[in-house]
Design a protein around this ligand. Structure first.
Ligand SMILES: [Zn+2]
Length: 367
């Protein structure tokens, strides 16, 4: 019995090691791309219960399984006490990392930094740069910004009087977009959505191209200038960004960027821009990378428009206009993280096929 326990523990460490190596290539991209939950996958991969012959007797396995289930459903707040309990018995950098990531998702910069610090003290070669940067930003926002709550949003605002004057109407507008999205998806997220109202310099921090309006990186980030500049048009921008928040609640796995942006644009009412698409579509390869890297406004528009066209074909021709079909796809990605396989099983297509169909249908003058 003692021996079998030791073997199970060794197996856990080997699996975690493999998971680390595998996940290293998927390290979160540079800010402001959202580190959602992907790295907690190492615990999913370490879910030994399926293969274990001692699922009832090994409490470590059972704990891991329970944590995995919660993380998979994005229930970080419930996973945190279990991770903390686990760490009292079993110290491993992966558990500290998962805990830190949970704290990031829960907007707790201080606690996240502590957890990442612990992880790195156990394994100094761990690369957590993006997560630590994100946690520091959360810490800064918690220390330097005022904070308001509405039924579905928690918003932080820089302490300038002009911005604070906007908070009430901004929260109303955010709540309105929440209502619209809940109706579309027939889904009501349990957790509040975090939002920040920024001065633009603070938002940009030299990392974003000029064409971005607001953005979603785990929090809906709204530059004060966008509020002033767009007037009533800000509602569409907010709907777009809150739509990303819904997408990443419905999908806790690796949601393809083109689908994420395509859904948000269909929902915000963006129309196809024939002039841009007639020139050419964005390349299939470029659609797989973060769009904010594109500095050229026209090329950025091409990326968004191609994403819109692909998602349009997916929704209209395959999901037959039914958002619940798309919701099913998002939920499946959360389970097995293999979008191509899901697409193939559901509709017998690949995303490359979809891209080609858009190309073909577009040259036939469908749009
Ligand atoms: Zn977007």
């Amino acid at each position: 019995m003692q021996n079998s326990k030791i073997i199970v523990l060794i197996a856990i460490f080997v699996l975690l090691g493999l998971a680390w190596r595998y996940l290293d290539q998927y390290r979160p991209r540079q800010m402001p791309v959202a580190p959602t939950v992907p790295l907690v996958e190492e615990l999913l991969i370490a879910d030994l219960s399926k293969n274990s012959q001692h699922p009832q007797t090994d409490s470590l396995e059972i704990q891991l399984k329970r944590i995995n289930l919660l993380l998979n459903e994005n229930k970080c707040l419930e996973a945190v006490p279990l991770l903390q309990k686990l760490l009292q018995k079993q110290v491993h950098p992966a558990f500290w990392v998962a805990l830190g990531q949970c704290w990031v998702l829960e907007n707790q910069g201080d606690s996240a930094l502590h957890a990442f610090d612990q992880a790195q003290s156990l394994n100094p070669s761990l690369k957590l740069t993006s997560w630590i940067k994100k946690a520091r930003q959360l810490q800064y926002e918690a220390q330097n910004m005022a904070h308001w709550e509405s039924p579905h949003f928690s918003i932080q605002v820089e302490g300038q009087t002009a911005m604070i004057a906007e908070v009430d109407s901004l929260l109303l507008r955010l709540e309105r977009s929440f209502d619209q999205l809940s109706l579309i998806w027939d889904f009501y997220p349990e957790r509040k959505i975090y939002a920040v109202l920024y001065g633009k310099e603070q938002l940009l921090q030299g990392t974003l191209p000029d064409w971005t309006g607001a953005l979603f990186d785990g929090k809906v980030r709204i530059p004060y200038e966008a509020l002033v500049q767009h007037g009533a048009g800000i509602e569409r921008i907010l709907l777009h960004e809150v739509s990303h928040a819904f997408n990443h609640t419905l999908c806790t796995g690796n949601l393809p960027i083109w689908l994420d942006e395509g859904i948000a644009q269909i929902i915000d009412g963006t129309e196809l821009n024939l002039t841009v698409l007639e020139e050419k579509l964005a390349s299939y390869e470029d659609l797989q990378r973060s769009f904010v890297r594109q500095k050229d406004v026209r090329e950025a528009l091409r990326l968004y428009q191609t994403s819109l066209a692909m998602t349009r074909v997916l929704l209209d021709d395959y999901a037959l206009g039914n958002w619940q079909e798309i919701r099913y796809i998002l939920a499946e990605i959360s389970k097995n993280n293999d979008f191509e396989q899901i697409l193939m099983e559901r509709w017998a297509i690949s995303s490359a096929d979809l891209y080609q169909q858009v190309q073909k249908q577009f040259s036939n003058g469908r749009f």
